[in-house]
Design a protein around this ligand. Structure first.
Ligand code: FES
Length: 329
């Protein structure tokens, strides 16, 4: 069934199909509401429900607080219209346009082992899905199971590649890991605002675990476009042990093609012959980035890591507008 979604102050009216979230419906109608995570953790997509009823798909979402409920604030990424609905976005609640979000069937064409329990999955779609490097897709894995993964390759083909780790007991990661070659799923993309700003200046990329995927995509973009930022580019890649630096080779290959870029791997459990840094990515930032406020940061990894980096940067007076991040559990 189709519902009408009205967005104020734009005065735009959009037909929302039954399974659309408010965020998706708005995007299909050409209104790009702000968002970051797409699953309820960041709060970037909060809008005010002015009229109508919505289904809250994730009532206990981390980004929602009691004050939001009192003020009729909802998460556009986790709400569906169940009647005609009017929402109001605040003046800052929109993002720069990105390619239009689409949904396509995709066939699993390749699986490559990168590290223990970490694989690269290559899906083929009938038509290329346009996206900006750093953005992510929602994979519909069956039985209502949806998981977000960032593309690690570049747009322009009908292949989307993802790097995923299988977690013991993790429903989504185990379902993905159990897919056989030529299995079909639905992919919805693109989402996310953690994309490369091409202006000159010092850049610091910080990846934790499989959060390396969007960082790898942005570095590949910089390398392929021959971008020269006119300043050092530091790429910090953290994992538990050296064997978990699953995409290290691919990352180094991209870094080698970016002017003034250097690779800084860091592991928590370093063997005695490990030639690089040990500890956490936050330690690496402290020891290698003397003036963080003069840099722009791109951060992707598990929420605990992303939050630790954000907190470190806040303490170092780095303006939030210089910090772009994606947190995935
Ligand atoms: Fe909706 Fe993050 S909570 S985009």
């Amino acid at each position: 069934m189709t519902r009408q979604l009205r967005i104020e102050p734009d005065g735009v009216a959009i037909d929302a199909v039954a399974h659309d979230t408010i965020l998706q419906a708005a995007r299909r109608g050409g209104v790009v509401l702000a968002y970051e995570c797409g699953w309820g953790s960041c709060g970037a997509c909060k809008v005010t429900l002015v009229e109508g009823q919505v289904e809250l798909m994730y009532p206990g979402a981390p980004a929602v607080n009691p004050r939001d409920a009192r003020r009729n604030r909802i998460l556009a990424c986790q709400s569906r219209a169940i009647s005609d609905v009017t929402i109001a976005r605040g003046p800052g609640e929109w993002s720069a346009p990105t390619p239009r979000c689409v949904e396509q069937q995709a066939i699993l064409r390749g699986i490559a082992d990168l590290a223990p329990e970490i694989r690269q999955f290559s899906f083929e779609t009938a038509e290329p899905i346009d996206f900006r490097p750093g953005q992510y897709a929602i994979l519909h894995l069956g039985d209502g199971l949806r998981r977000c993964y960032s593309m690690c390759n570049l747009p322009g083909t009908n292949i989307l590649q993802f790097i995923a780790k299988r977690y013991e007991g993790g429903r989504g990661s185990n379902t993905l890991a159990a897919l056989a070659l030529d299995a079909g799923i639905t992919i919805e993309a693109p989402f996310g605002a953690c994309t490369l700003r091409r202006q000159p200046g010092r850049k610091v990329f910080v990846a934790g675990g499989t959060g390396v995927a969007p960082i790898l995509a942005m570095l590949r973009e910089a390398a392929d476009a021959g971008l020269d930022f006119g300043a050092p580019v530091d790429v910090i890649y953290g994992a538990r042990a050296p064997a978990d630096l699953a995409a290290g080779d691919m990352l180094e290959a991209a870094i080698a093609r970016v002017a003034q870029a250097r690779y800084l791997p860091v592991v928590e459990a370093a063997p005695s012959d490990w030639p690089h840094a040990s500890g956490f990515v936050t330690d690496a930032i402290r020891t290698t980035i003397p003036d963080p406020a003069a840099a722009e940061f791109y951060v992707a990894g598990p929420p605990v890591m992303v939050n630790a980096v954000k907190s470190l940067l806040r303490g170092a007076d780095v303006p939030i507008t210089q910090v772009h991040y994606d947190a995935f559990g």
